[in-house]
Design a protein around this ligand. Structure first.
Ligand code: NAD
Length: 464
């Protein structure tokens, strides 16, 4: 508890970042670039400590820490650093003979002092990537990381003040009471990443002040495996994406819908890949340094309970250890659509495989559920690809690969419907925290052309 920000200090911290914004220093793009570089230095200089904190919180393997989190943050910071001059520049309007004299322009104004709330699973990426967007846009910010990844949270508390301007970028730590206090205050934008249940609490709190929000939530992201798919490639990529961070990834493939004819071949390929990833001779996943653990006892029990209730056939894994919060990478075949594994977002290392008649059957099923954060399709048939993408909606869609779209420059990261609204990463992060202010500057002589607008109105004026 002592690691948490005292409740009576929270509004003072909010007032401080409001004053930081009012000081006007974040309007200066050179200042923003200096802060973005500082953030990049923070990650670079302290990468090893960050890797250790991720190991402490989630037993996160080193490669995953770099590839899926720290490297991704660094890349975001450097993209924003290089592009912010262009992003922040005013935009002209298309030429028009009747309005060009009014010098229409869109100015990119920072929204103000913003609140960023993060989840436990990617404690750096989910707080620092939004913060990069806020800094680039010229906002000041308070960051509230998850209390569940406490080692990462403590490291952020130590590092942020060393690298970033404390007048403008502050951190508040805590759990529900501290976040509730933050949400009672007025902000100029709130970016929240976490569960949908808490997303509704955030949205309700923001509505009281009519504060704009970005919600990055979770859900069940499906993998559709068409009969034209390469099963070996599918197995390798899906198993990696599912088991990274022990399944605790918002865009993890939640379940597979596979064409009946391909079910057995896919299961076979997954088992071969499983043995390659976690060789039995080396102690399997339990002894592997390439496999993480559940974050805490509550999440361990949550996953254990749905696994206990499945009527599917466990063909790999299934072992658990409450003391170490270990749930083996688990593959369950012949799962039915009303199985326990199909109720909520799994957010753990369990992969259900559901045989379906055709890709159309898979699409119809996906369309009965909330739109997913990511939709994954494995196929080598252009018509199937076009049809699936045309008939479905999702935050993001990836064909023949998974979860790595956030690494593609120019692409934002965000949901739709129950998995969120708005996005971050690259220019989209900047845009969330920016107000596009439409502006004109009209010379006196324009009245020669537009004098007709002034009363008294007459039928002669109406006819012009
Ligand atoms: P969570 O909702 O439990 O917690 C997220 C944040 O909200 C934490 O900072 C926490 O302190 C705070 N919080 C928790 N309960 C609260 C309450 N009652 N009132 C106010 N604040 C509260 O989420 P989590 O378990 O940390 O994260 C897992 C979820 O986040 C999964 O559903 C996952 O899919 C989703 N997620 C989404 C994305 C995305 O980009 N879309 C990224 C990562 C995680």
């Amino acid at each position: 508890m002592s690691d948490y920000t005292p409740l009576d200090e929270i509004s003072t911290i909010r007032d401080a970042v409001k004053a930081g914004f009012a000081s006007g220093k974040t309007r200066n793009v050179a200042y923003r670039k200096a802060q973005l570089l500082q953030l990049a230095h923070m990650v670079k200089d302290n990468a090893e400590q960050m890797v250790s904190s991720l190991r402490e919180d989630l037993s996160r393997p080193r490669l995953e820490a770099y590839f899926l989190e720290l490297g991704a943050v660094l890349k975001e910071a450097m993209i924003a650093y290089k592009k912010v001059d262009k992003w922040a520049a005013p935009e002209g309007v298309p030429f028009s003979i009747t309005t060009s004299a009014m010098f229409g322009k869109v100015y990119k104004q920072p929204k103000g002092a913003v609140l960023i709330i993060g989840p436990f699973n990617y404690p750096y990426w989910c707080t620092l990537t939004p913060l990069i967007g806020a800094i680039a846009a010229g906002c000041t910010a308070v960051v509230k990381p998850s209390e569940l990844s406490s080692a990462s949270m403590k490291l952020l508390v130590e590092l942020l003040p060393k690298y970033l301007d404390q007048d403008c970028y502050r951190i508040v730590t805590g759990a529900i009471p501290e976040t509730t206090k933050l949400l009672e205050l007025q902000w100029d934008h709130i970016m929240y990443t976490g569960s949908g249940m808490v997303g509704k609490i955030v949205a309700a709190a923001a509505a009281k002040h009519l504060t704009p929000i970005t919600l990055e939530l979770g859900g069940k992201s499906p993998v559709i495996v068409d009969k034209s798919a390469d099963v070996t490639l599918t197995a390798r990529r899906v198993l990696w994406a599912k088991m990274a961070n022990a399944g605790q990834t918002c865009v993890a493939p939640d379940y597979i819908l596979v064409a009946k004819d391909k079910h057995d071949a896919l299961v076979e390929a997954l088992l071969e890949t499983y043995e390659q990833f976690y060789p039995k001779a080396e102690g399997g996943a339990a002894e592997s340094t390439s496999f993480a653990r559940l974050v805490n006892q509550r999440h361990f029990e949550r996953v254990q309970k749905v696994l206990d209730r499945t009527k599917g056939e466990i063909v790999a894994g299934g072992e658990t250890n409450a003391t170490t919060k270990y749930i083996a990478p688990t593959i369950v075949k012949n799962v039915s659509l009303d199985d326990s594994l199909m109720e909520e977002e799994l957010f753990g290392p369990v992969l259900p495989i559901i045989p379906v008649d055709s890709f159309q059957h898979a699409v119809d099923y996906v369309n009965t559920r909330d739109h997913p954060l990511a939709l994954y399709l494995f196929c080598n048939d252009h018509k199937v690809k076009a049809s699936v993408l045309e008939q479905t909606q999702s935050g993001m869609a990836m064909v023949n690969d998974l979860i790595i779209s956030a690494g593609v420059e120019g692409l934002g990261f965000g949901g739709i419907g129950a998995v969120g609204m708005g996005a971050h990463s690259d220019k989209t992060g900047f845009e969330q925290f920016t107000h596009r202010r439409s502006t004109i500057h009209v010379p006196a002589w324009v009245d020669l052309l537009m004098k007709f607008r002034f009363p008294p109105y007459s039928s002669r004026k109406e006819s012009t």
